[in-house]
Design a protein. Structure first.
Length: 421
């Protein structure tokens, strides 16, 4: 019987199983679990080394500093827009909570009202303010022109101050008058062009105002999202510290921005009414200047009082029939009384203790702010300094392994959770 030489057809290869391999029994009879592999995707993103983190951090700081330096003027406008949005947010919140308006509708209403009020205010007060400003410029021109004549008239007089006698005839006031004329003439030439310069910059000021209002409007619309992001921006494990720091910073900036505006308005109204009663010329302009100068720490009120004293001395006559120097002393005394009432009654109740700074520190901060950001740097020097001091105290406590909230650096006396610090 012949053996068949026909080969059987080759069977197809069995497909590879993709099911997970069951765990193998161990020698002791117990089932052992298979070793888990690395999670999907973790091996694709390696950790940064310490040197890479340092390099990236320094690069971000350098690029951010270059952008701030390059677009400093734009950043200043954005800061002003943020301040406007910060001040408008409470009004929007009141409309949102006490009415049926949504946050967006409330923001529309607030900014529409703000724009209408600005237009009406500029229209109504624009003409009167322009006339007052021109009158003030003419008064200053007269004052400067009268300086040489006043010095010549004093050259033959004898001043008696109690037991002291000062003979001005022995002083060379004629040469001093000639030097005064040399310095006064360029100032008069510049003053004649101030009104033209102000008119020429009106268009630019309007454009800047429109940009600030538009930016503030959109910041207010996204206020809820920005607040949520601000609250979530926290390093894991530092939730309590971040909440305390955020609350402290809110106290500082809210006290300054809202409180300083209230102080400026109060001082402007009080000075305008007081100077009008005393009979000082250009009381409206002097009141507005006093209110604006309230934002400049320490120096602003002194400058406002000095300007009012000069106007009172050189305005000629007053309806009280007083001598110019007596009338000037009364105006100076009025400003001193206003400042004392402000510092002892208004400031503690409006600003509180959030900006309790040494006057020397405030003055140095104002000088540094002026050199870095001009007028805006001066205006924001006090809250910025308070912020840096507040954060510096926190860093100091953490460096020396101390609890920053015992005693609290933010003045809020509530107990921190156990184990914090």
């Amino acid at each position: 019987m012949k053996r068949s030489t026909k080969r059987a057809p080759a069977s197809r290869a069995a497909p590879r199983r993709t099911d997970p391999v069951p765990p193998k029994p161990s020698l002791s009879g117990e089932r052992t679990e298979a070793a888990p592999g690395p999670p999907a995707g973790r091996g694709l993103s390696p950790r940064w080394t310490a040197s890479a983190k340092l390099l990236i951090g320094l690069t971000v700081i350098v690029v951010a500093g270059a952008l701030i330096f390059r677009f400093s003027s734009l950043i200043q406008l954005l800061i002003v827009a943020g301040i406007v949005s910060f001040l408008a947010s409470p009004l929007v919140r009141i409309l949102d909570t006490r009415t049926r308006l949504s946050w967006r509708a409330a923001a529309h209403l607030v900014f529409l009202t703000l724009i209408v009020l600005l237009i009406v205010a500029f229209t109504v007060a624009g003409f009167a303010l322009a006339q007052e400003t021109q009158s003030l410029v003419r008064t200053v021109q007269v004052i400067l022109l009268d300086i040489p004549e006043m010095l010549e008239s004093l050259s033959g007089q004898i001043l008696v101050l109690g037991p002291f006698r000062l003979d001005l005839a022995g002083l060379d006031l004629a040469s001093l008058a000639d030097q005064a004329v040399v310095y006064v003439r360029p100032i008069l030439g510049e003053m004649s062009g101030w009104v033209t310069v102000i008119a020429g910059g009106a268009i630019e000021s309007i454009a800047r105002t429109v940009f600030v209002l538009a930016a503030a409007y959109y910041l207010t619309l996204d206020q809820l999202v920005l607040n949520a992001t601000w609250k979530r921006s926290v390093i894991p494990g530092f939730e309590y510290d971040w909440n305390r720091l955020r609350r402290g910073l809110d106290r500082v900036w809210a006290a300054f921005l809202r409180g300083q505006i209230v102080l400026g308005l109060v001082i402007a109204v009080v000075v305008t009414i007081g100077l009008s009663i005393l009979g000082v010329s250009n009381a409206l302009v002097l009141g507005l200047v006093s209110g604006l100068l309230e934002f400049i720490p320490l120096v602003g009120p002194v400058v406002a009082g000095g300007i009012a004293a000069l106007v009172a001395f050189f305005q000629g006559s007053n309806w009280w029939g007083l001598q110019p120097w007596v009338f000037t002393l009364i105006v100076i005394a009025f400003f001193i009384v206003v400042q004392q009432l402000e510092n002892n009654l208004l400031v503690p109740r409006i600003l509180g203790t959030a900006l309790r700074l040494n006057p020397v520190v405030v003055l140095i901060a104002a000088v540094i702010g002026a050199s870095l950001a001009g007028i805006l740097g001066i205006l924001l020097s006090a809250p910025t300094t308070a912020t840096l001091i507040f954060l510096g105290r926190y860093v100091q406590r953490k460096i020396f392994d101390q609890n920053p909230w015992d005693p609290p650096i933010d003045g809020i006396l509530d107990e921190p959770p156990k184990g914090s610090g």
